[in-house]
Design a protein around this ligand. Structure first.
Ligand code: GLN
Length: 319
């Protein structure tokens, strides 16, 4: 039955959501978000409305006549307002589906992006190859882990080797807030015992009391901030809601990547590999940095499905 949010409602005075059927809600939400300038209004509407019904989008399409109670409708109304103000859906819903995982998201860290699935896949392939190659322990360091998505994907894929001590996994970040979110994600997926978290400025010495800080990683993974300062400052919409620390890579976007590459001779074990996510067109610059290192390296640029090189693989050859 259709209900009304009228003057007696304690929420917004204006009647925004008159018909509370799923179909009508989707249509009106999409219109509101289009008017607000969202380029993904229809998808946003489906995600927010299905979230209000606590169902997925498929269910929503199959149940256009399902109706929402007034209280939930008012809650939805608040979410739509936030989205209309540019806030990303993932912050409003509190999670993002990424790499087949439900990753908790909030303003403490960057929202995991589809392009970062390439980094996770490449890292999984790298670890798998090492585990079968010989009996040695594989030490992995996910630098600037943010909300912990990449480390989470690794921990879930390699639960057994981690539990057996064949693999070690360190997730670090400069932001204690981000690390807290990462820890919550590890706990929510039952892998908190398998991941060491550590505050650290890239591969630096902060908190050097920890034994993990003397770690020489066999695999370093990093999705560092690589957007140019100008682009971050000009950003409207989603980027404006995310932590600047996670995005701003300086004048050319390469500040953090350059610093990290320079740390590799100390921190990457001989024979080790670093996998670095980069923005489109940054790969050649990162490769050039790596080829200037005082250790021998082989650099490959890994393309995504669209053929854009989004991951740079730096392998130390002095095994
Ligand atoms: N891929 C993100 C974006 O372009 C940036 C993430 C980052 O700086 N690592 O929105």
């Amino acid at each position: 039955m259709a209900a009304e949010i009228g003057p007696m409602a304690s929420g917004p005075e204006r009647t925004r959501i008159a018909d509370l059927s799923a179909g009508a809600l989707m249509a009106s939400t999409a219109t509101r978000l289009t008017d607000a300038g969202s380029e993904t209004a229809r998808l946003d509407a489906e995600l927010l409305v299905s979230h209000a019904f606590a169902r997925d989008r498929t269910w929503l399409h199959a149940h256009p006549d399902a109706s929402l109670d007034d209280e939930t409708a008012r809650e939805l109304d608040g979410w739509i307002e936030r989205r209309a103000g540019g806030e990303p859906v993932a912050y409003i819903r509190g999670f993002k589906e990424w790499f087949g995982l439900r990753v908790t998201t909030d303003r403490r860290a960057l929202i995991p992006r589809p392009e970062t699935e390439l980094l996770a896949e490449s890292a999984i392939a790298e670890v798998a190859a090492r585990l079968v190659r010989d009996e040695r322990v594989v030490a992995v360091w996910d630098v600037a882990t943010g909300g912990g998505a990449v480390a989470l994907a690794l921990a879930l894929r390699f639960r057994a080797p981690l539990a057996l001590g064949r693999m070690r996994l360190l997730a670090s970040d400069l932001s204690p807030d981000a690390l807290e979110l990462a820890s919550e994600n590890f706990a929510a997926h039952g892998v908190a015992q398998l991941v060491t978290v550590q505050v650290s400025d890239l591969l630096g010495e902060d908190g050097a009391t920890s034994a993990e800080q003397s770690l020489r990683a066999d695999l370093v993974t990093a999705n560092l901030p690589y957007v140019t300062s100008a682009e971050v400052s000009a950003a409207r919409g989603s980027l404006a809601f995310e932590p600047r620390l996670a995005l701003d890579g300086g004048a050319d976007g390469l500040d953090a990547l350059r610093r990290l590459v320079a740390q590799l001779p100390q921190r990457l074990a001989p024979g080790g590999v670093a996998l670095l996510e980069v923005a489109a067109r940054q790969a050649p610059s990162v490769r050039a940095e790596a080829e200037r290192l005082p250790v021998p390296v082989a650099v490959t640029q890994i393309p995504d499905l669209a053929g854009i090189e989004r991951v740079v693989r730096i392998a130390r050859l002095d095994a």
